[in-house]
Design a protein around this ligand. Sequence first.
Ligand code: GLC
Length: 490
Amino acid sequence: MHIVVIATECAPVVKVGGLADMVSGLGRALAQRGHVVELILPWYDTLRREQIQGLNVARADLPIPWWDGVVHCTVHFGFVHGLPCHFVEPHSRDNFFNRGPLYGFPDDPLRFAFFCKAAMEYLFVTDRRPEIIHTHNWQTALAAVLLYEVYQPHGMNNCRVCHTIHDFRHQGVCTTEVLKATGLGRPKYFLDRERLQDDADPRMLNLAKAGIVYGNFVTTVSRRHAWEARFSDQGFGLGHALHMHQNKFGGILNGLDGDLWNPEADPLIPHLFSADDLAGKERNKEALRRRLRLTAEEKPLIAYVGRLDPQKGASLVRHALFTAVWNQAQFVLLGTGSDGNVNDTFVHLKHHLADNTDCHLEIGCDEELAHLIFAGADMCIVPSLREPCGLAQMIALRYGTVPIVRAVGGLADTVFDWDYAPLPREQRNGFVFEHADNTGIESALHRALGLYRERRDLWRQLLVTGMKTDLSWRHPAGDYLNVYEFIRHK
Ligand code: GLC
């Protein structure tokens, strides 16, 4: 099958969040199965160009009609981790992709509408007729609208769109000027409840909704989150659209990139280990303690690795830290704050606890330290209030670090509680709590610490189960292929 992925991130060349890992992970899994996978990405000023192999110019001039004129683009081509990628560089004073941060500008809808238009035009003029176009999030949802409203009658009629929503909160709500700029026009036609009209504000377009309406199949990144999006406030107002299109909506859990995250062959950790030989894990714990100057006493080590923001349950992270220290455990945190207040809280906490040799807070990004923490810690907390899929719990499982998670989204689909999960013991791999409050995380932590201290044999069984849980892209890639096959013949 020929699959073209239109996305705004792809690891490791451009990454803000988990979207980047998902795009490259799925792409490579599909390519390994013999499918032809190509990616189209914006040419950002912040691209890590050293991660692109064989970079050259694929098309020196790609003129894109825009408003009443034309924007000339250069399309660059190269391989990212073996995947062929096309990068669109517009030459215009709007300076769409040379702004440092990827997102967060008032003209984001226009910037990414332009990208969609350029991507579709590129496919069209280079005679690419993929069976599947896979788009991600509201930023690229307009590609499906352009396909059906503009390109299909011009020979792209065998092409189908799979659209994945990684986060329902951000929806690209915007005025109808996007229609004018892209040449879609017809504001009356599109500003219709059945099409692109925002359900909350009838004067506005909603690009996330565009993906739901025009995509031939719509996925989100876990089954639990598909349910949450439809039946809880986590759909952020898109519940009605999802209801109308429920027959083409479902959840597929992301996989974990086994080349990047593999304790048996990870170049970033000092001691390799496996489910059959855990000696290296012990030694990584010692290495981690030495590096962060923690006391070398026999104490369980609890970690948090991730963004420090309210949605990730930052206040519960703080509570877990104190719970750990009060209960003769150690705590290690690695994260950055996107929210000013939360960041301040943790910076303050770091100073407050500077003399405590049972905990360490590292505010910032450090890829190598992240690997060492996952390899060396005994437990890892993921107390998110909202988590469509989540990566930390999967990495933790893979590295024999027992996850303690809140029962939400992808966390609920990957972690099964040691005491309560309705599954046989051999399949339970962590601890889960329901309520996003201090009591919730505290009770899960106590259960985990209890098992660790009193039944080391069972603890070992628990972490080995986690390491053996299949989190690879094998199943998800198969699920996406089934989706592709299903829509292809419609
Ligand atoms: C978003 C979600 C996260 C998910 C990622 C990749 O960032 O918040 O839960 O893992 O997308 O799909």
